[in-house]
Design a binder for this molecule. Structure first.
Ligand code: BES
Ligand code: MN
Ligand code: ZN
Length: 486
């Protein structure tokens, strides 16, 4: 999607869209069009669209109105995104190739105008690469948007959101790709390509290096797969020299069969997106690097494939993590925490982070708790939790805080090792978080985001089509902007 800015009036035959506040109409709109809009019950509610025609200069003009809700509504930014997204949703596959958005009279700030464009761009993303027989009329056609009469400063505001959108798109692609295409090594290669020339520093550990470091938990998960495991770190030093970094850690299980504790066949294909945490961290880093964030941040992702074969780990196996803690593997399907515990430990040793936040499609139980509307947030630090909740609210990647504590923690004591990798049936997301908490050093602020319910959508949402949502990228970006740069 090409987005450009122009002062000139749009071409006469171009579709022209206006962003309209609730209960208003663009100045100078033909009365017949306004009548048509009201007959179609267009009220300017967030995400409503109306399309109509008028005769202008003896030619047929095609006009679209996109509703943005009340001018002073709370959540105005999200409503403006909905206006942009609604235009994309309506015209993306409509045959229209280019559209003008005329912002004259819309009375938006530069930041608000950029939010319209962000919504439009995010809703335009589609992953059709494997659909070789897609009917002509179902193909994406809209590829160019010209913004007319943008408020001063919109281009700068858009440059920031453009980077965020690029990060979200990168994540969505990683998440949407099947597991025969995105596996640990190819995940790393895609990152190496995406970050080339950006100034970010990439570190890759292979299995030998991880074995030397003692990452028995992560390696145990990958040992039943033909695909070698990897650990990838992406570092961006945009902040003050010497300031301790904030580290984001992602679960990157490129496919989760469950291992020997194998999952049922129905729906197992969903487990291609069990690397959604790693995808979010990689995409967020791309966004931060792309907008040259003034912060020291590192993204660390543990990449493995969880498969059952003759070399796979068995239920009951005891593995030794890099931290030295031994783990009884009761269920090989509780593999995400095994990957994360070594990634978290390594990240703390390597970077001495000021705070550490992990993202993982960790438990089905979080979907039972929160459905698909919120990610679950667990934290040992209230200030960090509050900052993440606030960033979630303003970015749209909504999180809901869940409890942790000693009473839950003792549920994962093992009779044979230091810890076991599953607790009882109840509180499955909480005991998973407790497991991770045992690998956090005393005094380190830590939060864990269980995003199993939100990285994939079965139906279109405000700024995404069905499929990969890119959840987490905007949350991390907003958190960095408000907490580390603000
Ligand atoms: N990747 C799954 C969690 C998951 C389930 C994500 C459904 C998205 C949708 C994770 O590795 C897993 O299998 N967790 C088990 C844990 C159990 C064995 C304690 C689960 O949630 O059932
Ligand atoms: Mn699993
Ligand atoms: Zn998993």
């Amino acid at each position: 999607m090409q987005i450009q800015f122009s002062e000139a009036a749009p071409d006469k035959n171009m579709l022209v869209a206006h962003v309209v506040n609730q209960g208003t109409m663009p100045e100078g709109l033909e009365p017949a069009l306004a009548d048509g809009a009201s007959a179609a019950r267009f009220k300017g509610r967030p995400g409503q669209v109306f399309e109509g025609f008028a005769i202008r200069d003896e030619r047929l003009a095609r006009i679209a109105l996109a509703g943005a809700g009340e001018a002073d509504a709370s959540g105005r930014g999200a409503n403006l995104e909905k206006a942009g997204a609604a235009l994309a949703g309506k015209f993306l596959r409509s045959g229209v190739k280019s559209m003008a958005i005329d912002l004259s009279g819309a009375d938006l700030s530069a930041d608000e105008a950029a939010r319209v464009l962000l919504g439009l761009r995010l809703r335009s993303w589609a992953h059709d690469v494997y659909r070789t027989k897609l009917a002509e009329e179902k193909k994406v056609t809209l590829d160019s948007v010209t913004v007319i009469a943008a408020p001063e400063g919109t281009q700068d505001a858009w440059a920031v959101q453009d980077a965020v959108a690029t990060g979200v798109e990168f994540t969505r692609t990683l998440v949407a790709e099947p597991a025969n295409i995105v596996y640990p090594i190819s995940f790393v290669e895609r990152c190496q390509k995406a970050f080339e020339g950006t100034g970010a520093e990439l570190t890759v550990l292979d299995e030998d290096e991880m074995a030397k470091l003692g990452m028995g938990a992560l390696l145990g998960v990958g040992q039943g797969s033909r695909q070698p495991s990897r650990l990838l770190a992406i570092r961006w030093n945009g902040g003050k020299e010497g300031e301790k970094p904030t580290v984001f850690v992602g679960k990157g299980v490129t496919f989760d069969t469950g291992g020997i504790s194998i999952k049922p066949a129905g729906g197992m294909e969903d487990m291609k997106w069990d690397m959604g945490g790693a995808g979010a961290v990689a995409g967020a880093m791309l966004a931060l690097v792309g907008r040259k964030a003034k912060a020291n941040v590192v993204g660390v992702v543990g990449l493995v494939e969880n498969m059952p074969d003759g070399n796979a780990q068995r239920p009951g196996d005891v593995v030794t993590s890099m931290s030295g803690q031994t783990i009884e593997v009761i269920n090989t399907d509780a593999e995400g925490r095994l990957v994360l515990c070594d990634a978290l430990h390594w990240a703390q040793e390597q970077y001495e982070p000021a705070r550490i936040v992990d993202f993982a499609t960790l438990t089905g139980a979080i979907i039972i708790s929160l459905g698909n509307e919120h990610g679950g947030l667990f934290a040992n630090d209230d200030a960090l939790a509050d900052d993440l909740l606030a960033a979630g609210k303003s970015s749209g990647d909504a999180m809901w805080r869940m409890p942790i504590g000693p009473a839950y923690d003792k549920l994962i004591d093992s009779p044979i090792a230091d810890i076991k990798n599953v607790g009882p049936r109840g509180g499955g997301s909480i005991t998973a978080a407790q497991f991770l908490g045992r690998f956090i050093k005393k005094g380190t602020a830590w939060a864990h985001c269980d995003i199993a319910g939100v990285v994939w959508a079965d139906k279109p949402g405000a700024t995404w089509d069905k499929g990969a949502t890119g959840f987490g990228v905007r949350l991390i970006d907003q958190f960095v902007a408000d907490t580390l740069e603000g």
